[in-house]
Ligand binder design. Structure first.
Ligand code: FE2
Ligand code: FE2
Length: 358
């Protein structure tokens, strides 16, 4: 059979392709296979001093129904052209928000496949119940509400409570694997003593026999209490300045595996000795940092982020970063959560040292 078609111009050829739902790879290669990650999230600081008044005002303007989710989401300016399900993001795959729970308010039991953690910023004695175990939360506590675990919370104290929420929503929405289920307004039944897991698993190396039956991908600990965390940091800081890139740093772990607290997010706490200036490095994982104690600055991708107590800032993936404790007398303590477990599980975690930027 002879080919009687006339050869079309390249322009006509390209213009005709979308009709067949195909596209030429050779035109797009540079966008698809980049030499290194093209990161759209930008380094960014959310100053508590500015956000807190906005959050408190939300306490006045939202209705009782909306109050269950009185959260100001931390929106990374580099990601605002994304579609809605992934736009609410502090870094590429991490969501962060500041939540206010006023005295007397409760949120009914529910569960969702995106995993969540909360780091307590202000207030004391509000509760979260996870799978029948209630915990009373204080400043600096780190509480897990993992994938599909039923949780509810309430504030029976007489002061407002504010915490930082960390979730893997952008990741789970990208994977189109989000499910949500509601169980009404009444708090869930308590089936375990208050703070049982924090007490039983406090040592981190003495585990009860139930560890053999634990088949979840997440840590059995509901609350990692600040008192223990801070004490461990301070005790260790007496002996060492820690690692060159992060100072004295600890990962919160699942005591049954020694691995990260949840399969999609890992949490860290680090102490920077007075005056410490860490070595610069970068990694493919991104992180959201929250300043638990002290003040200083970080240089992220060449940008100086000056932080104070209770500020939150975004470290985009592959951005070179170094941290500086601005005080010559006081320690600085940074909490962070990262998407590192996802990158590690998929063989995509990379780390590299760099020259300092400042
Ligand atoms: Fe929730
Ligand atoms: Fe780092």
């Amino acid at each position: 059979m002879t080919d009687t078609r006339r050869r079309r111009s390249a322009e006509d050829y390209y213009a005709g392709l979308p009709e067949f739902d195909v596209a030429p790879l050779w035109k797009d290669l540079g966008n698809l296979l980049t030499r290194e990650p093209k990161v759209k999230a930008v380094p960014h600081l959310w100053r508590y001093e500015e956000i807190r008044p906005q959050l408190m005002e939300a306490g006045e303007v939202v209705t009782a129904e909306e109050a269950e989710r009185r959260v100001l989401m931390l929106m990374n300016p580099g990601l605002q052209d994304r579609p809605a399900p992934t736009r609410a993001a502090a870094t590429n795959m991490l969501y962060a928000g500041l939540q206010l729970v006023l005295p007397g308010e409760i949120a009914g039991p529910h569960r969702h496949t995106p995993a969540a953690l909360r780091f307590i910023v202000e207030g004391s004695s509000a509760y979260t119940t996870v799978q029948g175990e209630r915990t009373l939360m204080e400043f600096g506590d780190m509480v897990l509400t993992p994938n599909w675990a039923i949780h509810d919370h309430g504030n029976e104290s007489d002061e407002p409570m504010i915490w930082l929420d960390g979730l893997d929503i952008p990741l789970v929405n990208s994977l189109e694997a989000t499910f949500f289920e509601d169980f009404g307004d009444d708090p869930q039944e308590l089936t375990k003593p208050i703070d049982a897991s924090a007490r039983t698993l406090a040592a981190g190396r003495l585990n009860p026999p139930e560890q053999r039956e634990w088949n979840k991908l997440y840590s059995p600990v509901v609350n990692y209490p600040w008192k223990q965390t801070e004490q461990t940091l301070k005790n260790t800081a007496q002996d060492t300045k820690g690692t060159p890139t992060d100072g004295v740093i600890f990962e919160y772990t699942n005591p049954y595996t020694g691995g990260p607290v949840m399969p999609t997010m890992s949490c860290y706490i680090q102490l920077l000795a007075p005056g410490m200036h860490t070595e610069a490095h970068r990694h493919t994982s991104s992180a959201v940092y929250h300043v638990a104690r002290g003040s200083g600055y970080s240089i992220i991708g060449g940008q100086k982020i000056e932080w104070e107590e209770k500020d939150t800032f975004a470290l985009p993936g592959w951005a070179v970063h170094e941290h500086v404790n601005g005080s010559s007398s006081d320690e600085a303590i940074l909490f962070s959560f990262t998407d590192e477990p996802v990158l590690r599980a998929l063989g995509l975690y990379r780390e590299a040292g760099r020259e300092r930027q400042g």
